[in-house]
Design a protein around this ligand. Structure first.
Ligand SMILES: C[S@@+](CC[C@H](N)C(=O)[O-])C[C@H]1O[C@@H](n2cnc3c(N)ncnc32)[C@H](O)[C@@H]1O
Ligand SMILES: Nc1nc2[nH]cc(C(=O)O)c2c(=O)[nH]1
Ligand code: SF4
Ligand SMILES: [Mg+2]
Length: 235
């Protein structure tokens, strides 16, 4: 069985959320059931890019992960697109036999049995600015399938006040899920430099919102890879 893969890259550092800073190889799946207005990975979403996606078996993917990591086990993060529209079970099984561990980034719209085999599941439901709507029953099914994971977290992108209020409501709904907030990046063109001061200003806005509100539940983090490499792909 083949998987649609947009890119495999690393080792780099995980730039977002609970595993920030951890050396990671990324496996980016092609295809997504969402079309977020501000998606920074449209090359893995829009079928206009499908000719750049490779059809790979789990063995092919593991060979590339092994090559990139010189055979030294590390965390493999399966992202996309939405990786949960494909079956990554065999990849995870093969990688774990060699000592690799697996994280997955998904919006929580599709639940997969292989979530149970992950070390870390990052569920990133989409706030109103994305233009997408969260089906919380499907999100709950993802949580049920993730019972075997070591760590399950929620990561929400914040562009504005409406997103912020939405994230607060999400935290009330799931008070026991560790919550990570990151400012939305409106500049996603890989060929344009990012305005670092503007990125810091957005982070500062979010920090001041959270601390000013006395909302002490979330972790507030930047996209570290964006600060270091801008919107460059493959990092
Ligand atoms: C590209 S998505 C792929 C995985 C999955 N489809 C999802 O959205 O969770 C990986 C992460 O990047 C975040 N993201 C996408 N575009 C972003 C942007 N413009 N600014 C900040 N975070 C963004 C998503 O919310 C998600 O947490
Ligand atoms: N360094 C780095 N960290 C990331 N965290 C989440 C990413 C993603 O696009 O899923 C990502 C990415 O593309 N690069
Ligand atoms: S769900 Fe993720 S990959 Fe899909 S469009 Fe939204 S941010 Fe992009
Ligand atoms: Mg990204």
């Amino acid at each position: 069985m083949k998987l649609r893969i947009s890119e495999i890259f690393g080792p780099t550092i995980q730039g977002e959320g609970a595993l920030i800073g951890k050396p990671t190889v990324f496996v980016r799946a092609g295809g997504c059931d969402y079309r977020c207005a501000w998606c920074d990975s449209m090359h893995a979403v829009d079928s206009a890019f499908r000719h750049d996606w490779a059809e790979m078996s789990a063995e092919d993917i593991m060979a590339e992960v092994r090559r990139l990591s010189s055979g030294r086990p590390l965390t493999v993060s399966i992202s996309g697109g939405n990786p949960a529209i494909q079956d990554f079970g065999l990849l995870i099984e093969l990688g774990k036999q060699e000592g690799y561990d697996f994280a997955c980034e998904t919006q929580g719209s599709v639940a997969q049995p292989w979530f149970a085999e992950l070390e870390t599941l990052v569920l990133s439901p989409k706030p109103p600015s994305s233009g997408e709507e969260t089906d919380w029953r499907k999100f709950d099914r993802c949580l049920e399938n993730a019972k075997g994971c070591n760590l399950v977290v929620m990561k929400i992108v914040i562009f504005d006040e409406t997103d912020y209020a939405w994230a607060k409501a999400a935290e009330e709904r799931y008070p026991n899920l560790p919550l990570y907030l990151q400012p939305g990046n409106p500049e996603v063109d890989p060929d344009q430099p990012v305005d670092l001061q503007a990125a810091i200003d957005r982070l500062l806005w979010l920090i001041e919102k959270v601390t000013g509100d006395g909302w002490f539940a979330p972790h507030v983090l930047p996209q570290l890879h964006m600060l270091v490499w801008g919107n460059k792909r493959g990092v």
